[in-house]
Design a protein around this ligand. Structure first.
Ligand code: GDD
Ligand code: MN
Length: 361
């Protein structure tokens, strides 16, 4: 007993053919199934078409509401609505060969805890030669940057089979096209099995893949990296933001001196634009997946927690350049020493206090 989830947007021209082909394959193997068409309010006559098909085929139309249009979220809605625990997810445009469904299911019969991927890149798999170089490069780069998350050679695939018992649907948080990758990373499957498929380009309708989807993919990847590498990802990110703050800091430090400000005072003043820059970047980038808190108060808190670090930072600078002749000659070294000591302190304070999720409520 299998539930086949098919996300659709503007696929009225494809569903009949797909449903027919799937039915032939499933009947041929005597596999009981249902097919769920999860449509995001397409401006076509999908409703009438599915109603017509439902008279003779086990097909249902799911029409989710109350969220943005999104392939991954549509698949999750379909998985929730499914009657059976064994699931197949596939595209509506016949890019994924229906006759491969039984091959995707076979590894699950042996071991229910597997995750099965219809793969274009494993031995024997292929994709349409008509693919433009642009599309190929895109797909290639997208796959490479997901490498640290999974060993699967085609984690971008939207043709997968798995058992619902091995994912907690409430823990999923995808956006965009890569629902397979999401399940791979967040599911509790014991292994990945790749089944070679021949991916065919669609003949009817158009792909909905575009730049917006690619941007969504990068956002999705961030979430997955944060999930997989937790604090480490935030720390690295925080470090990068800190480095850019350092540039702001140095720029103002020299600029102020150009205008005749005494170097220790310039050092004290350049802290303010730098700390504001860091706060803003961390708000939109490092901790962007955390819940937002009011700006003014958060900035003030960031400045306050940074002030402790700043006292260390500026104190070290002041003492070194005032008391040690070497550091007065090489002030930049004193400046870096101060920043280094303060950064560690700041990260601890920010992660525990300023961007705290608990405190968002
Ligand atoms: N419900 C819903 N909502 N369905 C959607 C949406 C949406 O916002 N966007 C796309 N779909 C459906 C399409 O109707 C189709 O059935 C399926 O999702 C795939 O969309 P396509 O627009 O045909 O995607 P593609 O061919 O460019 O991409 C396919 O290949 C990629 C690998 O190259 C998909 O399988 C991707 O998941 C895969 O990464
Ligand atoms: Mn397609």
């Amino acid at each position: 007993m299998i539930s086949i989830v098919v996300p659709t947007y503007r696929e009225a021209g494809n569903v009949s053919k797909l449903a027919g082909a799937v039915d032939v394959v499933m009947k041929g193997k005597q596999l009981e199934y249902e097919m769920l068409i999860v449509d995001d309010n397409s401006p076509d006559d999908i409703v009438e078409i599915v109603q017509g098909l439902a008279d003779r085929l086990p097909i249902r139309l799911i029409q989710p509401t109350g969220r943005e249009r999104d392939l991954s979220l549509a698949v999750i809605d379909g998985v929730r609505a499914a009657r059976f625990d064994t699931l197949v997810v596939m595209d509506a445009d016949l890019s994924h060969p229906p006759e491969m469904i039984p091959d995707l299911l076979k590894p699950l019969e042996e071991d229910r805890s597997r995750f099965v991927v219809g793969s274009r890149y494993t031995a024997g798999g292929s994709f349409d030669r008509e693919w433009s170089l642009w599309r190929f490069l895109n797909s290639y780069v997208a796959t490479i940057i997901a490498r640290p998350l999974t060993t699967c050679t085609d984690p971008m695939s939207g043709f997968v089979a798995f058992n619902r018992g091995f994912v907690d649907l409430d823990e999923l948080n995808p956006i965009g096209y890569k629902i397979g990758l999401e399940l791979l990373v967040r599911g509790r499957f014991t292994s990945v099995v790749e089944v070679a498929i021949q991916f065919k380009d669609r003949t009817i309708g158009a792909s909905k893949m575009n730049l917006v989807q690619q941007w969504k993919y990068l956002r999705h990847l961030r979430r997955l990296y944060l999930h997989r590498f937790k604090g480490w990802a935030e720390f690295v990110h925080y470090g990068a933001v800190g480095a850019s703050g350092f540039v702001v800091d140095i720029a103002f430090y020299y600029l102020l001196q150009l205008f005749g400000v005494e170097h220790r005072i310039a050092r004290a003043l350049s802290f303010w634009p730098a700390v504001s820059w860091n706060w803003a970047l961390n708000r939109v980038a490092t901790f962007s997946e955390r819940e937002r808190r009011p700006k003014a108060r958060q900035w003030l808190e960031f400045v306050m927690t940074s002030l402790f670090g700043f006292s260390v930072n500026w104190g070290i600078y002041f003492i070194l350049t005032t008391k040690v002749a070497f550091f007065d000659t090489y002030r930049l070294i004193a400046l870096v020493a101060g920043i280094g000591a303060a950064s560690l302190f700041n990260f601890a304070a920010s992660t525990l206090f300023v961007y705290s999720e608990k405190r968002a409520h």
